[in-house]
Design a protein around this ligand. Structure first.
Ligand code: SF4
Length: 822
């Protein structure tokens, strides 16, 4: 397949660093119902990928939702959706596992099944079809997807996935006709935490959520997948804890991931070190629901920074609660590179914060801002919600005031304008939370509040980022959806709904049509208030938190009464866990032992006396890696050098970058046989040692051929290069057009409001069989643009020109001698 015809070719090629291509007796496709960029940022999928691939007789491959251009190509050519690793059609897998992170990705689940040529309904699938399993946070209310999914995993997946694969291998499974689907589903229903709609009776059975007790014993990958393209969270992410003790009443994750479990600092540091060495990433994030509450956050960051002082790996943290930010943490973070900062006040007044159980004062908020701006940050993000239960316009004014206070304080402290970005999302009532009985604000109310905030922000130049209220409406419909919402979902998908969380693809008219056809009033559905004593359709899912506790929290919310952090005292949510308290001293001890181990392991990273040198490197980009864009190619080479332990020299300032410069950009889809980059190393590295190290780390498709020492302050590559040699496979019939182009004295085109003669840029155009050999020159009139020239020379539209097999075989300097290089 020629991927240049798609929007992001590099997301379809697979073969990323740390990806695994394995054939097992049981082949699992891990399906993420959203784009590659979102799916590759998801930790859960990476964990399951590594766990399954570590089972000797099983293999895991990945599938992401194809964008509309690939979907229409597959449908037009009657081709099935395939995995990234082996390009295996979905229908040939034994098990498909979907991750349900977000309600607005549900139409993509149906679409991926259909594109995989698998019947979308469970009861239409037979013994030769794969088993369709879904897990992730949305499975705590599986009802909207019940007709389409064979089994749901409720809770942490690390242990359950092994049990499912074991069960499959024990004879209940095995493909190629030997599998008895009915028997398999009956056996699956016996696994704790697995809900099988065709077996379980929700009136009689309870499905108990699974959770791993000890994160240190749970598997966590230390060689995470490294994408070629930039993804949403483009960094190593290490989950330092799971669960949260704060009890925010709107937060489903805070309820369903209880109890709090911390990964020990020793384990975190070990994983961190190995992950950086195995990826070459330049940033690491310590993630959790409330990273600021991690037992020894400051010591963890300090230890990480001390481990490898020359590695230039910065630390970033996810959004922090007000009060969790202190100047020591900020100093550690900025000691390498200043990463962005997000704080999540969620609500604008103390009263409303009491309702949602977000316990901080205005003074604490001001102190947090003061600390951030004093430590040099000039751009921050704030997160708020609108439409929270009991909210009035006074609370909205409070929210605006908080953003304005941030703006003023920033200006006051830094002495210059600061950048305040505010993300506003609409409250969506979620199941298994104290607000599961509450209706969502009507979409008119939400829009009114959004517009009011936007107007206030516009006047003050505060940046507003919000979601369409229709998206939030649908999220609410499915978050508390029952079996009726499954009908709505199927109808909307049949009408063409896909990627509903993406504004460029979201089609609310189709959703309205689907609602009308299935007799569902979206507005009433989302805003319905449910009686506290009503039986709820999702009650059969037992998260461990009692309904009595949720009811009592609901009552306290109406009184704006705070329930304190349960590390200070258990308030009996139902889990009967041993509260995680006072780990301080034990944690510090762990840190120091982890450090001594890692300092030993990282001795090769310690900075040596600087004595910089510069190398000019010749390399090739071929095979599937021809699909890398110029930016992707640069990232890939830089990270390969970091993996190889090459001591790169960095620029100074708040955002240091490695001192590397590349030759002229090579477009995605074009192979390059003799490309160049210049790199400065902080200490002398012999060119042959450099080549050996680099080639040991480069991905298949990139190869360094030569390296030569050059002066530190010589001419840049781009200032040198002006001649380009290409080889292009063409149609025999193109001869006439090429000859007629070459016979002309000049060929004028309009470029960027200028007239440019592209004929004078073509020094040579020779045809040898089906190959066009071209030599192009930059002229005083302008620089060479290959596609522009080919379009005119071959008299073909640019889309056709882009899909021709093209190789750039040489780059030359200003001297007009063909074989000369740089
Ligand atoms: S049982 Fe107690 S300590 Fe454990 S999560 Fe619930 S409230 Fe917190």
């Amino acid at each position: 397949m020629n991927y240049t015809i798609f929007r992001k070719p590099s997301t379809y090629i697979g073969n990323e660093i740390n990806s695994i291509r394995k054939n097992g007796d049981i082949n699992v496709a891990l399906c993420f119902p959203d784009t590659y960029e979102i799916g590759m940022s998801h930790l859960g999928l990476k964990i399951l990928y590594s766990i399954i691939n570590s089972i000797p007789y099983a293999s895991a491959e990945r599938v992401y939702a194809p964008l509309v251009d690939l979907e229409s190509y597959l449908r037009k050519n009657n081709l099935p959706l395939t995995s990234l690793e082996h390009k295996r059609p979905l229908q040939d897998f034994d098990i498909l596992g979907f991750t349900l992170q977000y309600e607005l990705s549900y139409t993509n689940v149906l679409n991926m099944l259909d594109l995989g040529k698998i019947p979308i309904k469970s009861d239409e699938r037979g013994d030769t079809h794969p088993l369709i399993i879904a897990g992730g946070p949305c499975s705590v209310n599986p009802l909207p997807l019940v007709p389409f999914i064979d089994a749901f995993v409720v809770g942490d997946g690390e242990e359950v996935i092994k049990e499912i694969i074991d069960l499959y291998s024990e004879g209940a499974g095995q493909r190629t006709g030997r599998k008895n689907r009915k028997k398999l589903l009956t056996a699956l229903a016996m696994i704790e935490g697995v809900y099988v709609p065709s077996v379980h009776n929700t009136k009689k059975h309870k499905i108990t959520r699974r959770f791993v007790e000890d994160l240190d014993k749970a598997f966590f990958p230390d060689a995470p997948l490294l994408p070629y393209t930039s993804i949403v969270h483009d960094r190593v992410a290490i989950e330092i804890s799971r669960g949260c003790t704060r009890g925010c009443r709107f937060c489903q994750a805070g309820m369903i991931y209880r109890p709090l479990r911390e990964r020990s600092p020793e384990t975190v540091l070990t994983i961190a070190q190995k992950s950086i060495l195995n990826t070459g990433y330049e940033e690491i994030s310590f993630t959790s629901l409330s990273t600021g509450d991690y037992g020894s956050l400051l010591q963890l960051i300090q230890s990480f920074n001390r481990l490898c002082p020359g590695s230039h790996t910065s630390v970033s943290l996810p959004s922090l609660r007000v009060g969790a930010i202190n100047s020591d943490v900020l100093k550690e973070i900025k000691s390498v590179r200043k990463t962005g900062f997000t704080i999540a006040p969620e609500a604008g007044t103390k009263r409303l914060r009491g309702v949602i159980n977000k316990d901080f004062t205005d003074e604490e908020y001001d102190k947090t801002l003061h600390t951030l701006f004093t430590e040099g940050w000039s751009s921050i993000k704030l997160y708020f919600m609108i439409g929270l239960p009991t909210e009035t316009m006074a609370d909205i004014d409070g929210l605006i005031n908080m953003a304005v206070r941030a703006l003023k304080k920033g200006r006051e402290i830094t002495g210059k304008p600061v950048n305040i970005n505010v993300g506003i999302s609409a409250f969506v009532p979620k199941v298994h939370t104290p607000f599961q009985w509450v209706g969502q604000n009507s979409h008119e109310e939400l829009r009114k509040k959004q517009d009011y905030i936007k107007r206030a922000f516009r006047k003050r130049r505060i940046n507003f980022k919000g979601q369409h209220v229709e998206n939030s409406l649908l999220e609410a419909v499915f978050a508390r959806g029952d079996k009726d919402s499954a009908l709505l979902l199927e109808e909307a998908w049949r009408l063409g709904c896909r990627f509903d969380g993406w504004s460029e693809h979201f089609n609310f008219t189709n959703w309205e049509k689907a609602a009308e056809k299935t007799g569902i009033n979206l507005y009433e559905y989302a805003s319905r208030r449910i009686a506290l004593d009503a039986e709820l359709p999702w009650d059969f899912i037992d998260t461990g938190i009692t309904k009595k506790f949720l009811e009592s929290e609901h009552g306290k919310a109406l009184q704006a009464e705070i329930t304190p952090d349960c590390r200070k005292g258990c308030y009996g949510c139902g889990l009967e866990c041993k509260a995680v308290t006072g780990q301080g001293s034990a944690v510090s001890k762990d840190i120091s032992s982890a450090e001594s181990y890692l300092l030993h392991a990282s001795s090769s990273c310690v900075t040596r006396t600087p004595s910089p040198s510069k190398l000019r490197v010749t390399f090739s980009k071929t095979g599937m890696l021809k699909y890398l864009s110029h930016q992707e190619l640069m990232n890939s080479i830089v990270r390969s050098m970091r993996r190889a332990g090459i001591p790169l020299s960095y620029s100074t300032g708040f955002h240091p970058h490695p001192r590397i410069s590349f030759g002229p950009a090579l477009a995605s889809g074009i192979e390059g046989l003799n490309e160049y980059f210049d790199v400065e190393t902080s200490v002398f590295v012999h060119p042959s040692a450099f080549l050996k190290k680099l080639n040991s780390a480069l991905p298949k498709g990139l190869k360094a051929h030569d390296a030569n020492l050059i002066p530190l302050y010589g001419k840049s590559l781009n200032a040198h290069i002006s001649r380009y040699e290409y080889e292009i496979i063409i149609d025999k019939s193109a001869d006439k057009d090429i000859h007629s182009f070459m016979r002309r004295q000049n060929w004028l085109i309009s470029r960027d409001k200028k007239t440019v003669d592209i004929r004078s840029m073509v020094e040579e155009a020779e045809i040898h069989g089906d190959r066009l050999h071209l030599i192009l020159n930059d002229t005083e009139n302008g620089n060479v643009r290959l596609y522009e020239i080919l379009k005119e020379m071959l008299q073909k539209p640019v889309e056709e020109v882009r899909s021709l097999p093209i190789k750039r075989v040489g780059l030359y300097g200003y001297n007009k001698v063909k074989q000369v290089c740089l």
